[in-house]
Design a protein around this ligand. Structure first.
Ligand code: NAP
Length: 274
């Protein structure tokens, strides 16, 4: 049996769609809506009974301070060990992202898996093209002011990452012990994003952007350094995909990856219909 956690999140839903033809998949979510779904909440140990699960797809639950995220992942991995789950596949963060504030919890989780009794596979996901659309969207006048400097992001379509995850959990023994880097092949900078959306690129400073994020009031305190740190890492050239060694995305997909620029543009268009 395969159990997918975070199954109603954006990535988990796509994975679930790709595994829908199988009859041995259980969808784990904090809020089950049918008997086909099982309650799995890393914050509630009573919901973490993985008896009968052969392969657990642990989708990171990354929205929180490090201690919260680490406690969640520790609870999930301990429960998997207790239930004698054989394979654990974890959605981590690209090696490119070591400077990001949220890298710490991912690297902690990878180390915990390596030291566990489980056969682990680490999917080091790059940042989504959809996430780039959220943090580098044009203003109503078409200007992109995100502080990306001259940096570029090796953004990747979320759906490609879901497809890789689905393929790996379907044949986990082939991937046991492996760590895969999964990033976009054509890194995107502000000028390319502006050209694709018909506007201009006028990057702001990190300080002004931090002030604007705080002033907007929508970000939780821990999210402010996450966002500013993401811009900073892109601008400083750490996330362009050139420092990770081998990018396993094309071979694990068995085809050309989707265009991150097209995903960026279509996400922007869907968010701002004409
Ligand atoms: N690569 C990137 O660009 C990027 C961007 C943002 C986030 N991420 C990371 O990748 C993960 C998956 O991305 P996504 O796009 O699917 O994010 P998402 O749509 O926000 O989904 C995250 C899901 O994580 C699950 N989750 C949260 N807290 C949990 C808990 N306490 N116990 C169990 N499950 C919990 C939830 O699933 P249910 O609602 O079904 O319980 C939630 O919907 C995120 O959680 C985050 O760690 C990556």
């Amino acid at each position: 049996m395969i159990l997918v956690t975070g199954a109603t999140g954006a990535l988990g839903q796509l994975v679930a769609e790709k595994l829908a033809a199988r009859d041995d998949v259980v969808l784990g979510t904090r809020t089950p809506r049918s008997t086909a779904e099982r309650r799995v909440d890393f914050d509630d140990p009573a919901s973490l009974d993985f008896t009968g699960v052969d392969t657990l797809l642990l989708i990171s639950a990354g929205y929180g301070e490090d201690d919260v995220v680490i406690a969640r992942h520790e609870a999930a991995i301990s429960a998997a060990e207790k239930a004698r789950v054989r394979h654990l596949v974890y959605t981590s963060l690209s090696g490119d992202g070591d400077h990001l504030p949220y890298a710490l919890a991912h690297r902690w989780t990878e180390r915990r898996i390596h030291h566990s009794s489980l056969e682990g596979t680490i999917l080091r996901n790059g940042l989504y093209a959809e996430f780039l659309a959220a943090i580098a969207a044009p203003a109503p006048d078409g200007t992109i002011a995100a502080p990306l400097g001259d940096g570029r992001l090796a953004a990747v379509a979320r759906e490609d990452l879901a497809e890789v995850a689905a393929r790996v959990v379907a044949a986990p023994e082939q991937h046991a012990g492996r760590t895969y880097e999964l990033v976009g092949e054509k890194p995107l900078g502000g000028a390319e994003l502006a050209a694709a959306t018909g506007g201009s690129y006028e990057p702001g400073s990190l300080a002004r952007t931090r002030e604007a994020i705080i002033a907007a009031g929508a970000a939780l305190p821990f999210q402010v350094p996450m966002l500013v740190g993401t811009y900073s890492a892109i601008a400083a050239g750490f996330l362009d995909g050139t420092h990770i060694g081998h990018n396993a995305l094309p071979e694990l997909l068995g085809r050309e990856p989707r265009s991150a620029l097209e995903v960026y543009s279509s996400t922007i268009a869907a968010a701002h219909p004409a």
